[in-house]
Design a protein. Structure first.
Lengths: 376, 91
C-alpha cells in the first residue's frame, strides 16, 4: 500500500509505537492514578512522563495544564462547551473543520452565541479583515493552525496577538500542524491549543489533548472519578484532574510516548525538511499533468497537504483508480464544507494527497505514472 | 525519621517525587495511610534526618503539598516545615 492519507491519520506509526502498546496490554493491568500498587504507579508515571514530554514539546511551562483527550475533536468540544457562554461573540476563519464548526453551530443554535467569520480565500487569510472583525467586541477566536484541505498555514501567532490586543481569547486547532512545524506556543498569545496524537506526532488513534496557555478558566465536559479527593462528590477544580474523569486511553498514551521519543529523536525540523521535499516533488509531478489543477496557493507556507481536481475525470473515478492500485488518498469534503465553499469546490470536494515522513519519491513517481496512464 | 507527604492529586505526587529524585532524595510512593487521609491514591514516604535540606528541595513544590506528616510508632504528626509546629496536630 502506498499511503498518502496522513492528514487523516499518520501511517505507518513511529517505530516503537506498536511494541509499546502491545507491552502495555500484555504486562500492565490496573489503572493510572487509581491505586498504589506497582502496576498502577507505573501507569501513573507513564501518564505523567508523557504529559511532561508533550508540554515541553509545545513549549508550555506547566504540565498540569496539559489535558489528555481521546482526539482533537474531543479537546475542541471540551474547550468550546466549557468556555463559550450565551451571547458570546466568536470569530472563526471560515476554513474550519467540522471538529470546530459542528460544536460552534450547535452553540449558535442552542446557546445563542454569535458567529462571525473573517475573510479567507484560496490565497489565505485576510488579516485586515480579521482585525476589522475583532473590533465588533469579539470574545473568542477559533482558528485552525493549518487547513486540512489546502495545507495553508494560518499566521496564528500574529492572529493570536491581534486577538489579545482586542481582548479576545484565542483557541487554536492544531490538528494538522503539531509535529510538522515547531509550535512553541508558550511565548505566544494563544490561549488554548488543541491537538491530536495520531497525526503529526505519529502516535496511535484515540489520543489527543489540549494545553491551556493562559489563566483562563472553564468548566469540564465530563464529570466523574479522577482518583483524587475521592471523599468529595464534587468535581475537583485543580488541573489536570478537573478535565480527566474516567479511565484514560493508557494503551494509546503508551504508544504516544514511543511516538514522541521518535519525533524528538528525528526532530521536527527534519520531519519538516523531508515532508516539504516530498510535497514539492509531488506538486512538480502534478503540475506536469495538463488536466490537473492544484487547489490553494502552495507558494505560501504549507504543511504538505495537496488537494487537486481534474478536467478529465471526476475525483471519485481517480480515487477508484488509485485504490485499485493500492494507493490511499482521501476524496470529498474532508469534513470541512466551509473551506470548500471558500475554495469553490463545494459540494463535490477535492482529491487530497497528504504524504508523510515515511513516503518515498519512488511512490510519487509510481502515482504520477499511473495518472499519465489514465490519461490525466 | 520517616516523613509522609500527601497531595490532592496523583499528578502532584508524581511532580513532587520527580523533584525529590532530581535532587538525589530517595522516596517511595505508598498507599496513603488511612489515618491521615480518606483519599484513594498515593503518598510519598521519605526517610531522612535532614529536614532543613528537605525543606529547601520542596520549596518549588510547596504549593502542591497538601500536608506533611512525621511517622511515629502508632500515629502521624502533621507539621508544616516551620520547625516550631512539629507534632502539634496528631492523627
Amino acid at each position: 500500500m502506498i499511503y498518502f492519507d496522513n492528514a487523516a491519520s499518520s501511517f505507518p506509526k513511529a517505530p516503537g509505537v506498536p511494541e509499546a502498546m502491545s507491552d502495555l496490554l500484555k504486562n500492565y493491568g490496573g489503572n493510572a492514578g487509581r491505586a498504589s500498587h506497582k502496576i498502577s504507579i507505573k501507569l501513573s508515571e507513564l501518564v505523567f512522563d508523557v504529559r511532561e514530554k508533550l508540554t515541553l514539546f509545545i513549549g508550555g511551562l506547566d504540565s498540569s495544564k496539559l489535558i489528555f483527550t481521546n482526539n482533537c475533536s474531543e479537546a475542541i468540544n471540551t474547550v468550546l462547551f466549557g468556555y463559550l457562554k450565551e451571547g458570546m461573540k466568536v470569530l472563526v476563519s471560515g476554513m474550519e473543520h467540522n471538529a470546530a464548526m459542528r460544536p460552534l453551530r450547535y452553540l449558535e443554535k442552542e446557546k445563542k452565541i454569535i458567529l462571525n467569520f473573517f475573510g479567507c480565500s484560496e490565497q489565505g487569510a485576510d488579516i485586515s479583515d480579521f482585525e476589522r472583525q475583532l473590533k465588533k467586541g469579539i470574545d473568542a477566536v477559533v482558528c485552525s493552525a493549518c487547513s486540512n484541505v489546502t495545507g495553508y498555514i494560518f499566521p496564528y501567532r500574529e492572529l493570536a496577538e491581534l486577538a489579545k490586543k482586542h481582548g479576545a481569547v484565542f483557541i487554536l486547532d492544531a490538528a494538522q500542524l503539531l509535529g510538522k512545524r515547531e509550535m512553541h506556543i508558550g511565548d505566544t498569545a494563544v490561549d488554548i491549543i488543541c491537538f491530536p496524537g495520531h497525526k503529526g506526532l505519529l502516535g496511535p488513534h484515540g489520543t489527543g489533548g489540549f494545553y491551556i496557555n493562559s489563566d483562563i478558566k472553564f468548566n469540564t465536559l465530563i464529570y466523574g472519578g479522577t482518583g483524587s479527593v475521592s471523599e468529595s462528590e464534587y468535581q475537583p477544580e485543580f488541573l489536570p484532574d478537573k478535565f480527566e474523569s474516567g479511565t484514560m486511553n493508557l494503551c494509546g498514551i503508551a504508544g504516544l510516548n514511543a511516538a514522541l521519543d521518535y519525533v524528538n529523536k528525528i526532530t521536527v525540523a527534519e520531519i519538516f525538511r523531508r515532508e516539504k521535499e516530498l510535497a514539492d516533488y509531488l506538486i512538480a509531478g502534478l503540475n506536469n499533468l495538463k488536466s490537473i489543477r492544484i487547489i490553494g496557493n502552495h507558494k505560501n507556507e504549507n504543511c504538505g497537504i495537496i488537494s487537486i481536481l481534474s478536467e478529465k475525470k471526476q475525483i471519485c473515478q481517480i480515487a477508484q483508480i488509485l485504490d485499485n492500485n493500492d494507493i490511499a488518498v482521501r476524496m470529498g469534503l474532508h469534513c470541512a464544507p466551509a473551506a470548500h465553499r471558500i475554495l469553490g469546490t463545494f459540494p463535490n470536494g477535492t482529491l487530497r494527497f497528504s504524504p508523510g515522513f515515511f513516503n518515498k519519491k519512488s511512490e510519487i513517481d509510481f502515482t504520477i505514472e499511473l495518472f499519465r496512464d489514465a490519461g490525466l | 525519621m520517616i516523613i509522609i507527604i500527601t497531595a490532592f492529586s496523583n499528578y502532584t505526587i508524581l511532580k513532587i517525587s520527580k523533584t525529590l529524585d532530581s535532587n538525589g532524595i530517595t522516596s517511595k510512593k505508598i498507599p496513603t495511610p488511612r489515618e491521615i487521609s480518606s483519599d484513594c491514591g498515593m503518598s510519598i514516604m521519605i526517610e531522612t534526618e535532614d529536614l532543613n535540606s528537605l525543606e529547601k528541595i520542596l520549596i518549588p513544590v510547596f504549593k502542591d503539598v497538601e500536608h506533611c506528616y512525621l511517622k511515629k510508632e502508632i500515629n502521624f504528626e502533621k507539621f508544616n516545615f516551620t520547625g516550631e509546629n512539629y507534632g502539634k496536630e496528631n492523627h
